[in-house]
Design a protein around this ligand. Structure first.
Ligand code: ATP
Ligand code: MG
Ligand code: FE
Length: 347
């Protein structure tokens, strides 16, 4: 089944044509430059930009793939979770094209897409496995059981990991998005220079939640530390050491909980998804810990970790193969738990 897929949940307008693991084309028009000057994504600007870019991206995807509408078996679009106005542009475009060309339409859950990035880059990868999803808006541990069947085992109680990178970069005046800059700075910093708190979620019966995350306390600790350092020495901040110590703390926390979760649930395979999967600190820590515990870990290539439509198409392909099709009445949702993926399909 060949799918034309559309992704507009946040600040990337993306269109791809895929058939299972084969990517015929994957177009990503990033809006980063547009949002940079505001230091974050402005929802109205994002929707307007999607509207301007979506049709040229569809044309380009067909051209690069050297395919016509006759070759397409289904059309997919991300319908949840994400910015409502942004999602609506992709959903409307997808449904309209599906009606005109008489193809089935499939609404796709954005996080299921991030999970499918693993299948795209590792063809023999099969469920069950544990997926650590670390992106700009989410930090979750998901037990992947089958297509559309997920159990959420861990989650963040406040900021997402990527959000923490972005906020810390902002308070260090490093610009947006923060992850790549901090990652680069960290390579020449001392990760042991500052000791920062790993976020822990207390349980009412005492002890800590073993798989849940918290990053807002860490962000505040960096802020206090920066204020203190500025008072002590007004000349220059040791930003490389700050970046390295912060990154080390995030990587350690993510690694510890992911490994514990995998071992507790007898899952021998771990996949990572989302933009923070690009982080070198996380890659080093998780790979080393996995090796120690005899677990297999897979990081998709960077362009499949950040938002793209190929991962959405790959998920849609699997659903269509199983006969899952969405109703024309399916709308978009800003929030939808990954456990509710099957509510997107008829029957
Ligand atoms: P969501 O999928 O939750 O809706 P999103 O799709 O916007 O969010 P992604 O595009 O997957 O998120 O990832 C963007 C995030 O990844 C940003 O917060 C960015 O700072 C972070 N990021 C990118 N590269 C790195 C890196 N090398 N180290 C750490 N973080 C990174
Ligand atoms: Mg993004
Ligand atoms: Fe995403």
């Amino acid at each position: 089944k060949t799918i034309l897929a559309i992704e507009t949940s946040c600040d990337e307008t993306a269109v791809a044509i895929v058939n299972e693991q084969k990517i015929y084309s994957s177009i990503v028009a990033s809006q980063i430059d547009l949002h940079k000057r505001y230091g974050g994504v402005v929802p109205e600007e994002a929707s307007r930009q999607h509207l301007l870019t979506i049709n040229p991206c569809v044309e380009e995807a067909l051209q690069v793939a050297k395919l016509t509408w006759n070759d397409i078996d289904g059309i997919a679009a991300t319908v949840a979770p994400g910015l409502i106005g942004a999602l609506m542009v992709g959903e409307t475009a997808g449904k309209t094209l599906a009606m005109i060309h008489q193809k089935p339409f499939l609404g796709i859950h954005h996080l299921e897409g991030h999970i499918y990035a693993t299948y795209l880059s590792q063809p023999d990868w099969k469920p069950p496995f544990l997926c650590l999803l670390v992106s700009g808006g989410h930090t979750s541990l998901i037990h992947v059981k089958d297509c559309g069947i997920y159990e959420q085992l861990g989650n963040t109680h406040d900021d997402a990991a990527g959000e923490a990178f972005d906020k810390v970069a902002r308070l260090l005046n490093l610009g947006y998005p923060g992850g790549p800059v901090i990652d680069k700075l960290a390579t020449r910093g001392n990760p042991k220079r500052f000791s920062l708190p790993e976020g822990k979620i207390s349980l009412p019966q005492g002890g800590y939640h073993p798989y849940d995350f918290s990053f807002s306390g860490l962000k505040t600790a960096v802020l206090r530390l920066v204020e203190k350092l500025k008072q002590e020495n007004s000349e220059s901040l040791p930003i490389a050491d700050l970046a390295a110590s912060f990154q080390e703390t995030v990587a350690r926390s993510l690694t510890k909980k992911t490994i514990t979760c995998a071992l507790d649930h007898n899952l021998t395979h771990i996949a990572v998804g989302g933009g923070v999967a690009a982080n070198s600190g996380l890659r080093d820590h998780l790979q080393e810990a996995a090796k120690k515990h005899n677990l297999t870990v897979h990081f998709p290539p960077l362009k499949l970790c950040t938002d793209n439509a190929a991962m959405i198409g790959c998920a849609a392909c699997d659903h269509l193969k199983r006969g899952h099709i969405s109703s024309w009445n399916l709308g978009v949702q800003s929030r939808l738990p990954i456990t509710d993926v099957m509510t997107l399909y008829l029957g």
